[in-house]
Design a binder for this molecule. Structure first.
Ligand code: G3P
Length: 221
């Protein structure tokens, strides 16, 4: 399972990129708004910083306007993937973009039925939003499990991109269920690396090592 950052923040991208585990990035209008800068400049900078696909979301509402905007977004960078929302208009525009050779990510997906539509439209990615399903008292992981097993049975080539991940267990379960990609905010990424036993173990190694150095230095006197 590939790991993507769900952000439009360059510092966050640079920090995780240094770990050598970052395979792509997803953005959305809310994440770009958070940066508060010229969104076109920001999109370009994000695409330049990431070695891998970067999803850039359309904001128009008619199929023609989404298509036109999608074509413009696709020209931002060679690694741009156009996000379209799971609506009839988004699907129509998305299918037209695919026909033009533009890779798309169908977003705001909350059900297996929607995921099937995205796959049939030839999307590169479909993004089920786990956390937001959990937020309304349903089970995001169950929806993801259904989507992954349907895609397996059908042999769909569309990648399942688990999104709206809120904590490490979402990431672990997404991997177990067979998601192709997990996109997560910076704080979830940093939680993946942490374990109290790692910290305690490091503390012990460090103090034992320092003790030995001290003994050797004293022995040499
Ligand atoms: O990029 C889409 C998605 O991951 C949003 O997550 O936390 O706003 O539901 P969230």
């Amino acid at each position: 399972m590939k790991l993507f950052l769900d952000t439009a923040n360059l510092e966050e991208i640079r920090a995780i990129k240094r770990w050598g585990v970052l395979s792509g990035c997803t953005t959305n209008p809310s994440l770009l708004a958070k940066e508060g800068k010229d969104w076109e400049v920001q999109m370009k900078e994000v695409c330049a910083e990431v070695d891998g696909d970067v999803s850039l979301e359309t904001t128009e509402s008619t199929a023609d306007a989404i298509f036109e905007q999608g074509m413009r977004l696709a020209s931002v960078a060679p690694n741009a993937v156009v996000k379209v929302v799971m609506t009839p208009e988004g699907l129509e525009a998305g299918s037209r973009l695919v026909a033009e050779g533009v890779p798309i990510n169908v977003t705001l997906c909350f059900s297996p039925a929607q995921a099937i539509l995205a796959a049939e439209a030839g999307a590169r990615y479909v993004s089920p939003f786990l956390g937001r399903i959990d937020d309304i008292g349903a089970d995001g992981l169950y929806v993801l499990e259904e989507i992954c097993s349907i895609f397996e049975v059908q042999g769909y080539e569309t990648d399942v991109l688990a999104a709206s991940l809120r904590h490490p267990m979402h990431v672990i379960e997404a991997a177990r269920l067979g998601a192709d990609v997990a996109t997560m905010p910076y704080d979830v990424f940093t939680k993946l690396v942490k374990h109290p036993l790692t910290d305690l173990g490091l503390e012990k190694f460090d103090s034992d090592w320092k003790k030995l150095q001290k003994e050797l230095k004293e022995g040499a006197k």
